[in-house]
Structures are given as structure tokens and as C-alpha cells.
Design a protein around this ligand. Structure first.
Ligand code: MLT
Length: 257
């Protein structure tokens, strides 16, 4: 069973975190939703307080463990599944295997395409770095990509918060996820099967996944809603929690509830 936080009551909203963070990245968002919904934020295998995965971790296995955890926690109502970046990579196989449990999909800073050869090489360089020197240097390497220019220049506390969240992760968990992300299949063929409403949110300053790519992905979903958030980078829900909350809530009111 994976570690998770659960609070509020009503329609369940399930949140899957980015790499290399943990469920605590959603703390800033959950309190606003808790007034009207039940929120569940899960630590993916190897992150936060969830145990280390067995060797050979895949995105599919992560999705399976999320499903088992939610079932064991008695979440029987259909839920809104939100994944940010790696969380989105997990949301795709979750949809493939457990579509009947999903009421709507929210994809934040995520892509359906697999890694390019260059991206895969970078993963293996990062594995070598973490094996040799731990997670600290990876945080240093990733921070400029995770947070947008605006946040890096004007929110030093957020930069430090993300850095310390990364530094708390286990090197083995981080390396297992890097392997799993490098090996993930192309989820693009799944897009046309997403029969539920889907919200796609992009940060205008995201340098990991360009806005145009996310817009293109949204256009391949049958029931999409797409927004790009100004002044936000890859971790847009942490960078612009107010905008994230408003767009999410409007989507739920218009398309889901
Ligand atoms: C994430 O935010 O989860 C990562 O940037 C995903 C990735 O490295 O592809």
C-alpha cells in the first residue's frame, strides 16, 4: 500500500505528483479543495513515505499500486484523476487499466509521447549522478527546469521548498523512477479513448514540455479543455495555486459535476 493523505468530503479528487517530488507538493492546493471535495494525494512507489519498489518498476506498475491503494482505502466513488508530469505519465496507464474508476482526467505539464533518445540519455546521466553523488546535485540540475523564470526570480521560498522536497527523496526511488520513465511506452494512442472530460493545463514558462506540445495533445482528446497559465513553469500548481484552483474548479463545475 502506498502512503497517502486524505481530507475533506464529497467527490474524490486524486492527485499524483511530479518527479522527483512527493505528495506534499499538493499541500498548497488541497486545503482550498477540501472545502467542497475529498482530496487524496498519493506518494508514488519509492517517493515520500511509500516504500521502495521491486526492481523493474514501470509506469503501469505505479498505476496498479495507486489503484490498489485507493481500493484498500475504500475510495469506491468514481474520482477525478490529476497527474502532474510523471503523475500524468502514470495517469495514462491508469486510464488504460481502470477507466471505469475515473470520472474526469486532469493532466498538468504532462506529455503522452515517450522519451526521445536524447531524453533517455539524460535519464541515464541522471541515474549515474544520483548513484555517485546522491539526490542533492540532481536537485541543483533540475530546479531551473522545474520552476519557471518568474518563480525563480520572485519566489525564493518556493525554490527552497522544492529543493528540500527533492533532497528528501531516496536515491534508489529516484533511480527506479528514472528507469521507468525512460522505458515508458507511447501513450498517444490512448488519447482518443479518453471518453471522460479532460482538462489540460500548461505553464507558459515550462521548458520541459512546451505549451504547443500540450495544446496538441489536448486536441487529440475527445472532450478536452486546455489552458496555458501565465507566469508559471512546469510545477504550475505550486507556482500559481490560485489560478490552478480556479481553472480546476471551473472545469469541474462546467464539465464534471
Ligand atoms: C516531472 O516533473 O515529473 C518530470 O519533469 C518528468 C520528466 O522528467 O519527464
Amino acid at each position: 500500500m502506498l502512503a497517502f493523505d486524505r481530507s475533506g468530503s464529497g467527490v474524490p479528487l486524486v492527485f499524483l505528483h511530479a518527479f522527483p517530488l512527493s505528495r506534499t507538493m499538493w499541500d498548497v492546493n488541497r486545503s482550498a479543495f477540501d472545502r467542497h471535495f475529498q482530496t487524496i494525494a498519493v506518494d508514488l512507489p519509492g517517493f515520500g513515505e511509500s516504500g521502495l519498489p521491486e526492481p523493474g518498476l514501470t509506469m503501469e506498475e505505479m498505476a496498479r499500486q495507486v489503484a490498489q491503494t485507493l481500493e484498500a482505502a475504500g475510495i469506491t466513488d468514481k474520482f477525478v484523476l490529476t497527474g502532474l508530469s510523471m503523475g500524468g505519465y502514470v495517469a495514462f496507464p491508469f486510464w488504460k487499466m481502470f477507466a471505469d474508476r475515473v470520472r474526469a482526467l486532469v493532466l498538468v505539464s504532462a506529455r503522452s509521447a515517450p522519451d526521445s533518445a536524447e531524453a533517455r540519455d539524460k535519464r541515464f546521466q541522471n541515474i549515474a549522478l544520483v548513484e555517485k553523488s546522491g539526490v542533492g546535485p540532481l536537485a541543483e540540475r533540475m530546479l531551473p527546469a522545474l520552476l519557471g523564470k518568474t518563480s525563480r526570480e520572485s519566489h525564493p521560498a518556493l525554490v527552497e521548498n522544492v529543493r528540500s522536497m527533492i533532497e528528501r527523496q531516496s536515491p534508489s526511488g529516484v533511480c527506479a523512477a528514472l528507469q521507468a520513465m525512460a522505458a515508458r511506452p507511447d501513450s498517444t494512442p490512448l488519447l482518443s479513448t479518453v471518453s471522460v472530460p479532460a482538462l489540460v493545463l500548461a505553464g507558459e514558462e515550462d521548458t520541459v514540455i512546451p505549451v504547443a506540445e500540450m495544446k496538441g495533445m489536448a486536441e487529440n482528446l475527445p472532450r478536452p479543455e486546455f489552458h496555458a497559465v501565465r507566469g508559471a513553469g512546469h510545477l504550475l500548481s505550486m507556482e500559481k495555486p490560485g489560478e490552478f484552483h480556479d481553472l480546476f474548479l471551473q472545469f469541474l463545475k462546467r464539465r464534471v459535476l
